[in-house]
Design a protein around this ligand. Structure first.
Ligand code: AMP
Length: 215
């Protein structure tokens, strides 16, 4: 399975990618996670990316394409992968199809998860993440037992810098201006399946499975 998950910030791509990865035993390639790791490691790339990510803008295409290309060539991707948060621009989509052509491994499917903007803002603004184990919570829909404390490891929960409301609105604008056009791009290639991203994690997961004919 070689799959791209497309959709605005807050559509639940990361959560669905993790579920699919576990179910189909494939690699999860999250462009955002790879960039956040570079920031945490303090690498040169991370230092370039940090202020751009904090603003909710896109890291330059060349940088992201290089990271993803390197990741796609690793052995664990031979059995398939879910690409989450890449591509986000037309140039990235074209670079992806070039590298996949070289690897003789075209995409099977692109799933576009779609949801109303107010749902997206609510989901992102309420999201809290454990800085130690990465467990995710939501102040309304999945609150931790003790406010601000991870149920899993007892560490402090944090809000991502780019999950503040003004930055969220900017990220959604960037999505509409630079990423949304990829829906038409993949539709033309006959790869696109649209999924309603409204509802619970389980409901969305079920729609994705139905799109695969796996109910
Ligand atoms: P995400 O975790 O997918 O919401 O990504 C967080 C941030 O990482 C984005 O707001 C961008 O700043 C950066 N980022 C992630 N993926 C890409 C990409 N494909 N191209 C450029 N920037 C990206």
């Amino acid at each position: 399975m070689r799959l791209v998950l497309l959709g605005p910030p807050g559509a639940g791509k990361g959560t669905q990618a993790r579920l699919l990865t576990a179910k189909f035993d494939v690699a999860h390639i999250s462009a955002g996670d790879l960039l956040r790791k570079a920031v945490a490691d303090g690498s040169e790339l991370g230092r370039t990316a940090k202020p751009i990510m904090a603003k909710g803008a896109l890291v330059p295409d060349g940088v992201v394409i290089e990271i993803i290309e390197e990741r796609l060539r690793r052995p664990d991707c031979a059995g398939g992968y879910i690409l989450d948060g890449f591509p986000r621009t037309l140039r990235q989509a074209e670079a992806l199809s070039e590298v996949l052509q070289l690897l003789h491994a075209p995409l099977d499917c692109v799933i576009s998860v779609e949801a109303p903007e107010e749902d997206l803002v609510r989901r992102l603004a309420g999201r809290r993440i454990c800085g130690v184990c990465g467990s995710m919570f939501h102040i309304d829909t999945k609150p931790p037992v003790r406010i601000g404390i991870c149920d899993n490891c007892g560490d402090r929960l944090l809000q991502r810098d780019d999950d503040r409301e003004d930055t969220i609105r900017h990220r959604l604008r960037v999505y509409r201006e630079q990423t949304e056009l990829l829906i038409a791009y993949y539709e033309t290639l006959g790869l696109l399946r649209r999924i309603d991203g409204h509802g619970t994690i389980d409901q969305i997961a079920q729609r994705i499975h139905q799109a695969f004919g796996d109910e």
